[in-house]
Design a protein around this ligand. Structure first.
Ligand SMILES: Cc1cc2nc3c(=O)[nH]c(=O)nc-3n(C[C@H](O)[C@H](O)[C@H](O)COP(=O)(O)OP(=O)(O)OC[C@H]3O[C@@H](n4cnc5c(N)ncnc54)[C@H](O)[C@@H]3O)c2cc1C
Length: 431
């Protein structure tokens, strides 16, 4: 029997899951098809809405800046209210796991590189580390977690002009862990408060992991009021781990968001998957969507998944394209040009490859903004500016017209366009 849904979402990142959730809560039968891991697992777990405008000016209130963005920016399609509603949906899904919803203003969160990032929502575990707080900070790094150099990060923070004294110390994680242990292994030990064997002078002793970690930090504390660790304080009981460390150290404890693999990103992914499942979204994962079947009146009848060489059709009334950008493979590029591989949607770009890049390596590279353009209903537009298909919408990083690393707008665009497209798709079906 043919597989038939109301709404099929292609892509299991922040944009796709938000679209699927919004559509399912609106009453549609939703399936989400996803091939590989999304960027949620590499991203910091911070939810940036707009930190800088296209001229590079720091914006304290992202909502204030949206009306002045270029017409081609995805936020102009969904409007300020669309962004607000998407954040309200996010706040409801994550509950007390995230902070920032009490204000329109961006928070300033220290990153593992020692920069300060303007962001709209941040994990509760990072809250005690905000750069607007003037309490002194000790950053603690681990010898085996090489992408967080705590002393260097502290120096960078001070050079960035934070209003507090920052110092860093590098220690070895207590216990006999493999030298190549992954951060998830340390997180598991803290989650379970595993008993850790510690070698003393001619004797061994055992301590629960959280206490052992606090004991290893104490000799480095010089009265600092806050202690920051790389984000590995548990995968499932992070708040409990953080509170235990606070009690042991007598200082506020926070996590510093890290690069891949990102535990805050994975925790966020877990919360979104649960919310989608609770809303009735069906997940089909592990195989790529490769192409589609034409329907009547220019519509898409089905998309086809490649399963070991067999093309399996998935029929639906409405489709949402959430396959990511150049990183997620939702946008492809080769010597011939830039394309969207499933529906061959038009991706505006200069024909001369030399015009894709700026001369300066750190310059304003046009290729960062490559992606599909849409109408106000988020339907991809063809070369003539007409919707490619009446029943296809595009969301998240597959969209063009914005520069998420420079603007700090990645998650905000995914949430806002995902929610708007999910609702529109569901309403088409249920009207
Ligand atoms: C390293 C890194 C750090 C980041 N840090 C931040 C940050 O600190 N703050 C912030 O706000 N944003 C950050 N972002 C940006 C943010 O994560 C992304 O912009 C945003 O989440 C994009 O989400 P998406 O759902 O559109 O795409 P993706 O997360 O790329 O997901 C696309 C999904 O589509 C699937 N897919 C692709 N092609 C197919 C196919 N043919 N068939 C089936 N499935 C397919 C992929 O497997 C994947 O699951 C970061 C991004 C990266 C890469």
């Amino acid at each position: 029997m043919a597989i038939e849904d109301d709404v099929t979402v292609i892509g299991g990142g922040l944009a796709g899951m938000t679209a699927a959730l919004a559509a399912a809560r609106e009453g549609a039968a939703v399936r989400l098809l996803s091939h590989k891991e999304s960027t949620l697992r590499s991203a910091s777990g911070l939810v940036d809405v707009l930190g800088y405008d296209p001229d590079g000016n720091l914006r304290s209130d992202p909502f204030d800046a949206i009306p002045d963005l270029p017409e081609s920016h995805p936020y102009r399609r969904v409007g300020v209210e669309g962004v607000r509603e998407a954040l309200a949906l996010f706040d409801e899904v994550v509950g007390d796991r995230y902070r920032g919803g009490h204000t329109d203003r961006n928070a300033l969160v220290p990153t593992h590189g020692g920069t300060v990032k303007p962001t709209a929502r941040y994990p509760a575990t990072t809250a005690a580390g905000l750069a607007s707080d003037d309490r002194s900070v000790l950053l603690v790094g681990f010898e085996s977690v090489t992408d967080f150099d705590a002393p260097l990060s502290a120096d960078h923070l001070e050079s960035a002009g934070v209003p507090f004294v920052a110092r860093g110390a590098t220690i070895s994680f207590p216990g006999d862990f493999r030298v190549d242990a992954k951060i998830t292994r340390f997180a598991d030990a803290l989650d379970a408060d595993e008993r850790i064997e510690l070698a003393g002078d001619g004797y061994t002793t055992e301590l629960p992991a959280r206490e052992a970690l606090a004991e290893a930090v104490k000799p480095h504390l010089r009265g600092e009021e806050r202690v920051g660790f790389p984000a590995l304080l548990g995968q499932h009981h992070t708040e409990e781990v953080r509170e235990s460390l606070e009690a042991e150290l007598g200082a506020a404890v926070f996590e510093v968001p890290m690069g891949p693999p990102s535990l805050p990103g994975m925790r966020l992914e877990g919360a979104l998957v649960s919310a989608c499942r609770d809303a009735g979204v069906r997940f089909t994962t592990g195989n790529p969507v490769v192409d589609f079947e034409d329907g009547e009146s220019g519509r898409i009848a089905a998309i086809r998944v490649d399963r070991n060489g067999a093309a399996i059709p998935f029929h639906a009334d409405q489709f949402v394209l959430a396959t990511g950008g150049l990183v997620g493979k939702g946008i492809d590029s080769d010597r011939e040009g830039v394309s969207e591989p499933i529906f061959d949607c038009h991706v505006p770009h200069p024909s001369d490859r030399y015009d894709w890049f700026a001369d300066d390596a750190f310059g304003n590279h046009p290729f960062v903004r490559f992606g599909v353009e849409t109408d106000d209903d988020l339907r991809p537009l063809d070369r003539e500016g007409e919707p490619e298909f009446p029943n296809l919408r595009a969301v998240g990083a597959v969209l063009g017209g914005y520069d998420f690393p420079a603007e700090k707008s990645g998650s905000g665009v995914s949430l806002a366009t995902g929610r708007t497209a999910g609702l529109s798709a569901a309403r088409e079906v249920t009207k």
